[in-house]
Design a protein around this ligand. Structure first.
Ligand code: ADP
Length: 665
């Protein structure tokens, strides 16, 4: 159902169809003789005057326009109007207006537009107070004449965040009013109620009686009446499931009467605003946590450096910059990681140069190791720059598919300790060297004396000299071990290369050790009948250590068994005792430097804890293996496996030895 109206050339209405009554609530006669623009919304008036001018110009051409007309209840409705100038038509003689009510469509469009605008605004800032204020400005005058936003503060108090109205004077006035009449958190109606219940409220019509009921005194009632409340809706602001405030929408001078669909629009605004606040709060929390983490990581005394899967540095703390002599963390991020390290000659614990690919983070990145750790020394190319040492530990971080996405490397500065160790090593080297010379001459002199005094009438003299010689032999061995250890530490343990008969070596060594013990009998079983290439003296040192241990750790027995066998490729020597034995948990650790089994209940055994470490290092340098088979209380068997000269599978870690072999072949 549409409305038809006729208008004369002067712009006065001459006829209105009766359909105006159901649509707008007027009687048709009411308008006859009044201006055609009488009901037009003030904001559309200018435009409609232009349209009317155009209609007067264009004869017989329908001209279309969309605009608002005030209906009898004071609200405005949208119409799509077509006006055709038939003024000169002898039969019509008027401008014919045809009005089609499009209020619903317009309001729907308005809602969509409003919501999308509101969403944009909400997403535009992470400062939610600013955002909410902007929302209030958007609501007015599109949806309401007044918009007020309340937030609950940390103490649970309801605070006014903003009031919006098109007229700034009125805003000022309303704010002052709020100051004089602060919001009553217990009020049974209005924002406090919405905040308490979390439920929205719509009061489509506000009768004067309601104002009277709400006002606390005459003065307040006066102000409330001044606002001219027509219609009211209130929606809660909910973030993370908690009511954090409310938005109220007031219709006053526009005469707009809020409907259920207005309320659902308002609720939608409330929901989105709540979500935006939640988002902003989360963001703030994340930001805070990140800032905190950054401060912590920057303050850590260790260097922290993180590489992506392409070996590019994605994070480094201040400490790394300081260690690596880089001007800033940013400089590290801007430099390819290998370039940073390439400024130094990198060395391992023994001072041997290592390549970049041997660094722990590179080994983890290459998938060689799940976790890697190494003591790395950095020697600057430039003279005068001090070297430094780090204990570098690298660990990967995986994605859901189990792929390495980055590697975190911790660099712990060990420069002080390494240099300290070095000084100790130097001291050890010096001491053992200084001891060796006098002991060697003492031993020589003792032997000369024994010869000279062989026929001495006093029988004891020979015995004492023999004991002296034994003790000097033991002392020489200790000094030898110390010297070897210090050479290992310094990374210059040289290995001689000689071909010798293994059985002979074993026999001689056993005789030597036998001479220093009166308690044990050393027995040899089997024979290798092979020649071995290597350092005869150092292999003897291995055997001496195993034999003296066997004697020392079997105080209640009198026998040590040595078994030898060999095949085409390798020889095996087993040294077995029947003494205190070693619990499984220590089987590997006893080969570590300075490790001694702590719980030897029977008695304390003297020793330096280096014999087996030397034995393992020397054996491995010969491409062999050493291990123990033992149980606590059941004696021990130490086995040494050595590859033979022509063995194909010989793997000699000692490069000089291997290279020499290759030349031989
Ligand atoms: P140490 O000078 O203390 O003997 P080693 O390196 O030779 O140092 O041996 C390390 C530790 O291994 C010893 O302290 C001892 O606890 C244990 N051990 C070595 N050999 C034997 C053995 N034959 N029987 C029992 N325990 C042994």
């Amino acid at each position: 159902m549409d409305i038809i109206a006729l208008v004369n050339a002067e712009g006065f209405v001459t006829y209105v169809s009766p359909s105006i009554t159901p649509i707008m609530g007027y009687q048709p006669e009411e308008f006859v003789g009044s201006s055609a623009l009488v009901l037009v919304h003030p904001s559309d008036l200018d435009h409609m005057q232009q349209v009317f001018g155009a209609v007067l110009q264009e004869e017989g051409q329908p001209i279309r326009a969309e605009y608002r007309l005030r209906s009898a209840n004071g609200t405005y409705r949208w119409f799509e109007a077509t006006a055709t100038n038939w003024l000169r038509d002898p039969e019509v003689g008027a401008i014919v207006g045809h009005f089609h009510d499009i209020t619903e469509r317009k309001e729907a469009e308005e809602r969509v537009g409003f919501l999308s605008e509101a969403s944009k605004l909400l997403a535009s800032s992470l400062d939610y107070q600013t955002t909410l204020t902007t929302i209030a400005q958007l609501v007015v005058p599109l949806l309401a004449d007044w918009c007020t936003i309340y937030l609950v503060d940390h103490q649970g108090q309801i605070q006014l965040l903003d009031i919006a109205h098109i007229d700034p004077d009125k805003v000022q006035w309303a704010k002052q009013l709020r100051e004089s009449y602060p919001i009553d958190p217990q009020a049974p109606i209005g924002a406090p109620q919405v905040i308490r219940t979390g439920k929205s409220e719509l009061i489509a019509d506000i009768p004067d009686a309601l104002l009277v009921a709400v006002a606390k005194n005459e003065e307040e009632l006066h102000f409330l009446r001044l606002v001219g409340y027509r219609s009211l809706m209130m929606v809660p602001l909910i973030a993370a499931g908690r009511v954090i405030g409310a938005i109220t929408f007031v219709s006053a001078e526009s005469g707009r009467r809020f409907t259920a669909s207005d309320l659902s629009l308002a609720e939608e605004v409330g929901l989105r605003a709540g979500a935006a606040i939640e988002h902003a709060q989360l963001y703030q929390e994340v930001q805070q946590a990140r800032d905190q983490l950054t401060i912590i990581l920057q303050g850590v005394a260790d260097g922290i450096i993180v590489y992506d899967q392409h070996n590019q540095v994605i994070y480094a703390n201040e400490m790394v910059a300081r260690m690596m002599g880089m001007p800033s963390v940013q400089a590290i991020l801007d430099t390819p990681s290998d370039t940073i390290f390439a400024r130094y000659t990198l060395v391992d614990e023994q001072g041997q140069p290592i390549t970049l690919s041997q660094l722990p983070h590179r080994r983890v990145l290459a998938g060689e190791q799940r976790e890697a750790e190494a003591l790395v020394g950095y020697r600057a190319a430039a003279a005068g720059e001090a070297e430094f040492w780090t204990l570098s530990r690298a660990r990967p971080v995986f994605d859901e598919q189990g792929k390495v996405i980055f590697v975190i490397s911790i660099l712990h500065d060990l420069t002080g300790r390494v240099l300290d160790e070095r000084r100790k090593d130097a001291f050890l080297a010096m001491v053992s060297h200084e001891l060796k010379t006098p002991v060697t001459s003492l031993k020589g002199l003792t032997q000369v004396l024994s010869l000279r005094l062989a026929n001495h009438p006093e029988a004891q003299v020979g015995l004492f000299l023999e004991r002296m010689d034994t003790q000097l032999t033991k002392l020489t061995r200790l000094i030898n071990d110390l010297l070897t250890l210090s050479q290992m530490q310094a990374g210059d343990l040289s290995m001689r290369e000689e071909v010798f008969d293994l059985d002979a070596l074993i026999r001689e060594t056993m005789e030597q050790v036998q001479a220093t013990t009166t308690t044990h009998h050393l027995q040899l079983q089997g024979a290798a009948s092979v020649k071995v290439t290597g350092d005869r003296e150092r292999l003897a040192q291995v055997l001496i250590n195993l034999l003296t241990n066997a004697i020392r750790y079997s105080p209640r027995t009198d026998r040590v068994l040595v078994r030898v066998q060999a095949d085409q490729s390798q020889a095996e020597i087993a040294v077995q005792d029947f003494g205190i034995g070693i619990d499984q948990t220590h089987h590997e650790r006893i080969f570590e430097r300075f490790y001694q089994v702590p719980d030897q209940t029977e008695r304390t055994f003297p020793g330096m804890g280096i014999g087996l470490y030397l034995a393992r290092t020397i054996t491995e340098r010969h491409g062999g293996r050493i291990w123990v088979e033992s149980r606590k209380g059941k004696g021990s068997t130490f086995r040494v496996k050595l590859p033979l000269v022509k063995g194909e599978q010989i793997d000699m870690p000692d490069r000089t030895l291997r290279e020499k072999r290759e030349v031989e072949r």
